[in-house]
Design a protein around this ligand. Sequence first.
Ligand code: XMP
Length: 194
Amino acid sequence: MDAPRNDATRPLYDHLERLLFTEAEIKARLVEMGAQITAEYEDRRQLTIVTILQGGMLFMADLIREIHLPMKVDSISVSSYHGGTESSGTITFNENRLPDLKDRHVIVLDDILDTGHTLHAITNRFRDECNPLSVKSCVLLSKKVDRAEKIEADFYGFEVENEFVVGYGLDYNGEYRNLPEIGVLKPEFYTHEA
Ligand code: XMP
């Protein structure tokens, strides 16, 4: 396990119950995922990767450099948590604009698949309104839960238990996104919302 950095983020590590994935483990898994996606899409052109902001931004930045194909990248911003740790079940699209996905093979990236509301809403909207050639989904983390929506990611990095995780783009109330590792947040740092 990498030692936490000796900088001002150090106290944030005290908020973690335990580390789940180090920077090196994430990087190694992204190399494998990139190879899998490269192999699957190498005969197709017109690949567009759409990341879900803000959680998916680090994941996209690192994964696309492991996919050795021509591609376009885009993003979409939605809200579902409204500051807490439970999905509200209502996905709010924060902008009216949808990416231009006409005649593109699309992979939607998110940091984590939990209830499935987010991926379900976005992939359906893309299929219904954007005329893509295909739409698949890719998440770094897949939570082991009974999902509200019948959806699984076509590509995923790691499975995690039903715990609230932060780091590597994942936040609680906007914080922890810049931790290079992923860890379980101690409940005492969010139970005040209950
Ligand atoms: P759903 O429930 O729609 O969730 O599949 C996907 C979105 O919810 C957020 N999410 C989390 N964020 N730690 C986080 O920081 C978690 O453990 C967690 N679980 C879900 C995330 O924004 C994701 O896009």
